[in-house]
Design a binder for this molecule. Structure first.
Ligand code: TYM
Length: 344
């Protein structure tokens, strides 16, 4: 978080977050994002959640059928995880033209040097930056537009998105400074809980990710009970028993990861879990974790496949969400164009 800059009290609290419909939701997406969205929606703060389809095409552009399927499946994932489309606004990005429009303006605010420093750009583009899409490079400016188009003040995300939210703050500050206005809020990343960085089940130093070539490295929200239990049984661990205190997890990334997953799934703190399981061998702990994971995740995958039987219903939810999103975004976009000096 950029220290020392406060969100102006003039902005009412509003939550915004997004997930890419790039296929396959993982336990990382669930614990780092979806579950937290569902848990927070009763706190009375207006919340807007977006399937960021414009972001998804920065990687793969030429599979229209897959994009449509993934967008609907992601929407089903939100609802099955407990996000209520009446309480929160759920929609897909491309139905609100302001995202692309404000994204363009922010392309002209952000500096090349800022974008080049983004670790996700470096990871995703790899060595072959010349062949990466221009969209992938500009991606964080579009993400800033997603957030600021709604004057959102709080952005719940996993650890890996922190740098992008910090860039969003820099873009808001520069825009406000360049035009001498206090127009955009300076949003806060909200990175809380025990599962803000769920790690691979095969390698505790790597993030659990849908793009990992090994399916055994992750739990997918569509996995059935047998697959979940077998992946946990085969998860990498070390030979020692579990500790009773956090210090005992130092230098044991796989053990820490499994304890954190258990804690997040069971709404406990790491300390509570360790006080219960300290001294147990993994041969005893893994079946406990598998049972808990199946109990919590099976209803979600069941509900997702039920919802996917009715794509028309999902589309109607997204259309209605987009209408509500446009009601908030349109005046903010209009005012932005005025500030920039666009004649209308
Ligand atoms: P995406 O689609 O990669 O991931 C969606 C959310 O899931 C979290 N996440 C994880 N959390 C914990 N452990 C993991 N292993 C893990 N893997 C993923 C991510 O941190 C994220 O919160 N750029 C964003 C999407 C985006 C966005 C936005 C987010 C676009 N516009 C505006 C917030 C606000 C992304 O690619 O997330």
């Amino acid at each position: 978080m950029t220290e020392g800059v406060q969100t102006s009290p003039a902005f009412k609290p509003r939550v915004f977050s997004g997930i890419q419909p790039s296929g396959g939701l993982t336990l990382g997406n669930y614990l780092g994002a979806l579950k937290r969205f569902a848990d927070s929606q009763n706190n009375g703060v207006e919340s807007i959640f977006c399937m960021v389809d414009l972001h998804a095409i920065t990687n793969v552009l030429n599979d229209a059928q897959a994009l449509r399927h993934n967008t609907r499946e992601l929407c089903a994932g939100f609802i099955a995880s407990g996000v209520d489309p009446e309480k929160s606004i759920l929609f897909n990005q491309s139905q609100v033209p302001g995202h692309a429009e404000l994204g363009w303006i922010f392309n002209c605010v952000a500096r090349m040097g800022w974008m080049q420093r983004m670790t996700q750009w470096k990871d995703k583009a790899g060595k072959n930056t010349q062949n990466a899409s221009l969209g992938l490079f500009a991606y964080p400016a579009l993400m800033a537009a997603d957030i600021l188009l709604y004057h959102a003040t709080h952005v719940p995300v996993g650890e890996d998105q922190k740098q992008h939210v910090e860039l969003t703050r820099d873009i808001a500050l520069k825009f406000n400074h360049d035009f001498g206005v206090d127009f955009f809020p300076i949003p806060e990343p909200v990175i809380e809980g025990t599962a803000t960085r769920v790690m691979s089940l095969r390698d505790g130093s790597k993030k659990m990710s849908k793009s990992d070539p090994s399916d055994a490295s992750r739990i997918n929200l569509t996995d059935d009970a047998d697959a979940i239990a077998s992946k946990i049984r085969k998860a990498k661990t070390d030979p020692d028993a579990l500790p009773s205190e956090a210090e005992g997890l130092e230098g044991r990334p796989e053990a820490r990861n499994l304890v954190n997953i258990y804690a997040a799934l069971n709404d406990q703190t790491q300390a509570q879990v360790l006080s219960e399981v300290g001294g147990k061998q993994f041969s005893e702990f893994k079946p406990m974790l598998a049972e808990l994971a199946v109990a919590k995740l099976s209803p979600i995958s069941g509900e997702m496949s039920r919802l996917m039987q009715n794509p028309d219903e999902i589309d109607a939810i997204l259309r209605r969400g987009a209408e509500r999103a446009r009601e908030i975004a349109d005046p903010i976009m209009k005012r932005t164009l005025d500030i920039v000096g666009m004649v209308r």
